[in-house]
Design a protein around this ligand. Structure first.
Ligand code: 3HC
Length: 703
């Protein structure tokens, strides 16, 4: 049988070297498992071979199963490649660099020895895509490092750095890694004659010191893992490793894996995995353009947002200057940053030395001339057009040629800022979400004249500071906030019809949001949207007023900061308590508006909120302000706390079905009028039965 191309075989000095070569990350795609088996069989049959090395070509060992193959029919092997390595009569050594994840680590655990370079990372992240390690990982890892440590790794899915992996006992040795292949061959030779072979399957996983660990783990994840099955199945498998003989445990693992693979949770999480990678791609981008890393940054505005953005750069070791008009404002801004870091130090998530290093990277300045040499500047001043224009005119005068001129505005048209400069091709939006140093979403806004290179560079800036960067075309609210706005509107309008904040919050928390939308509003402050509404009402005589939140703000109920908003708060406690005062404001407004009160089912609340946004998302695509439907989902996952195991807004709606979504929206259009007018694109999708997640923009954003 000819050797599959994705695995190479070679014998060096009595050691068979089996190299997985399936770029970019050596996933276990078609032919890889077969190639490994063929390699082991050859080595077993060759009397000159004394030991074997399993190694990865390119940047990684093996990143796991090929995620694209899940949910599709796959070739069933007579014996798994992990078992073939384990059963080999000659020592097998896994030589790990880059990543050994999921099925990759499982193959390493099937080997008799594991060595790794210092920069390597290992882990069983299957839970993050809604499944469990299905190649024996749940049975071997607890036998190797003990059930408690194994359970923590399997349930969290975290990547473990090589040094920690050595301490835990996952790898036997850390190797210099100058020439991993040669080092692995030398290691294999050193263990070639050792017998009996060290097989993890022959060990015992012992939980007698802490028999309550499984129950304790279930309790500790109860909130985080609600509505999900995979984390609990992971625990059950580790429990099986303790209670059942190896072969029985493997059967349990296989059975529970089978329950998860095609469940909604796993399908949604796989979709989210690929959506997050797609969002980085710009169709038609020049292939040979590679944006370099920025070395220095500047932020205009030392307010809460500017401070958070400055922290985002400092957190990733990038020096950043913060510019504001007066020493006093700068001092206050710097103090706020210091206080934020100090909280992390107090909580133990940051060391004092780290805080000092980060603070040292942030330099306050008062003059535009002082920031001219920065590679990127981000404006984060008041949301007023005249102020923004003034800032961009000044930036145009001082910034070096080629610097990125970015605006953090959450609504103002990028073209307005670009229009006051002589370099509109270098101007784009870089919209952070509050708190800027915490939230992962970073929306890159393309103005009419922004060049594709500027977009690619601006996206890279986001990735360099750990963000998920997605592109939006310039329009009111851009992509993320614009698609979220109808949700925010409907939640208010449902109150007028008889729903209560606590009911709506409960529905959304049960759905999977970490916190309900009214509690979020209390956290960020009701006054922010109050000011926006006032501005919009002044500009538009037909603006639909929201009297309930207006009245709460006018009563001084601005949210947690005033001890009351949609809910009431007790001193020193952030628990929201339903409040009779709010109920009576709602009742008063409904009476004044002559709106009859009725009850809502949970299902109606959920659909009212999310369908309103689905409709808007379709309009965004229709206007070519998004590159693809899955970008909306990636942004909702990282900007608004949408539950990941539901995939994202559009993926979730597909679970209901595009035709039903359209039917319901049309019904509400008839009942509530223009704000529910279905998008033309949505109608097209419904007519053709095309899933929402496959919706394409009507107008190309890049020429
Ligand atoms: N299957 C299929 N494609 C994969 C993949 C996988 N396991 N891992 C990565 N890729 C693809 C990505 O989609 C991307 O493709 P693209 O260029 O077309 O967008 C490309 O490989 C590069 O990936 P990243 O952009 O993510 O590269 P990074 O260097 O940033 O990250 C990584 C590398 C940490 C390995 C990251 O890709 C990752 O976390 N991969 C998934 C790892 C994983 O979940 N493994 C477990 C799989 S399930 C399993 O093994 C089941 C078993 O128990 C039976």
């Amino acid at each position: 049988m000819s050797e599959p191309e994705v695995v190479h075989y070679e014998v060096v000095d009595g050691v068979a070297v089996i190299t997985v070569d399936n770029p970019p990350v050596n996933s276990l795609g078609p032919g890889v498992r077969e190639g490994i088996i063929a390699g082991v069989e050859k080595a077993e049959a060759d009397a000159n071979v004394k030991a074997m090395v399993l190694i990865g070509a390119g940047r990684s060992f093996i990143a796991g199963a090929d995620i694209r193959q899940f949910g599709k029919p796959r070739a069933v092997l007579k014996k798994s490649s992990v078992d073939v390595l384990d059963d080999a009569t000659k020592p097998t050594v896994a030589a790990i660099h880059g990543f050994a994840l999921g099925g990759g680590l499982e193959h390493a655990l099937g080997c008799h020895y594991r060595i790794a370079v210092l920069s390597a990372k290992v882990g069983l992240p299957e839970v993050l895509i809604g499944i469990l390690p299905g190649g024996g990982g749940t049975q071997r890892l607890p036998r190797l490092i003990g059930p408690k440590a194994a359970m923590e790794l399997i349930v969290s899915g975290r990547h473990v750095p090589a040094e920690e992996a050595k301490t835990l006992g996952i790898v036997d040795a850390i190797t210099p890694g100058k020439d991993l292949r040669a080092e692995a061959i030398a290691y294999a030779k050193s263990v070639a004659d050792k017998r009996p072979l060290s097989r993890i399957r022959d060990r015992k996983a012992d939980a007698s010191a802490d028999p309550g660990m499984f129950e304790a783990m279930r309790k500790s994840i109860a909130r985080r893992a609600r509505n999900q099955k995979a984390p609990y199945h992971c625990i059950a498998c580790v429990e099986a490793a303790v209670k059942q003989p190896f072969d029985e445990g493997i059967k349990t693992e296989r059975r529970l894996f089978g329950e998860l693979e095609n469940a909604d949770e796993a399908r949604a999480l796989r979709y989210a995995f690929f959506a997050e990678r797609e969002v980085a791609k710009i169709p038609g981008a020049p292939k040979d353009f590679k944006p370099g890393k920025i070395k220095t940054a500047a932020v205009i505005g030392a307010g809460t947002m500017g401070g958070g953005i400055a922290m985002s750069f400092a957190d990733y070791g990038i020096p950043v200057k913060v510019l504001d008009a007066s020493r006093d404002v700068l001092d206050k801004g710097l103090q706020r940053i210091k206080d934020n870091y100090a909280i992390s130090v107090k909580r133990g998530s940051l060391k004092q030395e780290q805080m000092d290093k980060r603070m040292a990277l942030i330099t306050p300045v008062e003059r535009y001339e002082d920031i001219g040499d920065a590679d990127v500047v981000i404006e984060a001043v008041f949301e007023r057009i005249d102020v923004k224009k003034d800032v961009f005119a000044k930036l145009d005068a001082v910034m070096k040629p080629g610097a990125l001129l970015l605006s953090n505005s959450s609504a103002i048209d990028t073209d307005i800022m670009a229009g006051v400069t002589k370099r509109p091709q270098d101007v784009a939006g870089a919209h952070f979400f509050a708190p800027a140093n915490v939230m992962k979403l970073y929306e890159v806004v393309k103005g009419t004249k922004t060049s594709v290179e500027t977009i690619l560079r601006t996206m890279q800036v986001g990735r360099d500071i750990g963000k998920i960067a997605g592109v939006a075309g310039t329009c009111d609210g851009f992509l993320a906030n614009r698609s979220r706005a109808p949700f925010g509107n409907e939640m208010q309008l449902m109150l007028e019809e008889g729903a209560l904040p606590e009911q709506i919050d409960k529905v959304m928390v049960d759905f999977g949001y970490p916190i309900g939308p009214f509690a979020v509003s209390d956290l960020s402050g009701l006054d922010i949207s109050y000011d926006t509404r006032k501005r919009r009402a002044a500009a538009d005589p037909n603006f639909r007023k929201l009297l309930i939140p207006d009245r709460l703000v006018e009563m001084g109920r601005k949210g947690q900061k005033t001890g009351a908003g949609w809910f009431r708060y007790e001193k020193g406690d952030r628990t929201p308590h339903p409040d009779e005062v709010v109920k009576s404001v709602i009742a008063d407004v409904a009476r004044e508006l002559g709106i009859a009160q009725r009850t809502f089912t949970d299902d109606e609340i959920l659909k009212r909120l999310l369908f309103a946004s689905v409709n808007e998302a379709c309009k965004i695509l229709e206007e070519g302000k998004a590159l693809r439907a899955s970008d909306i989902d990636a942004m909702w996952l990282h900007g608004f706390g949408f539950p990941r195991y539901r995939g994202g807004l559009m993926f979730w709606a597909d679970g209901i079905g595009v035709k039903e979504v359209y039917r319901q929206i049309e019904e509400w259009h008839q009942r509530y009028g223009a704000r529910w007018k279905p998008s033309a694109l949505l109608k097209e999708l419904a007519d053709s039965g095309t899933p929402l997640r496959e919706a394409k923009p009507k107008i190309a954003m890049f020429g």
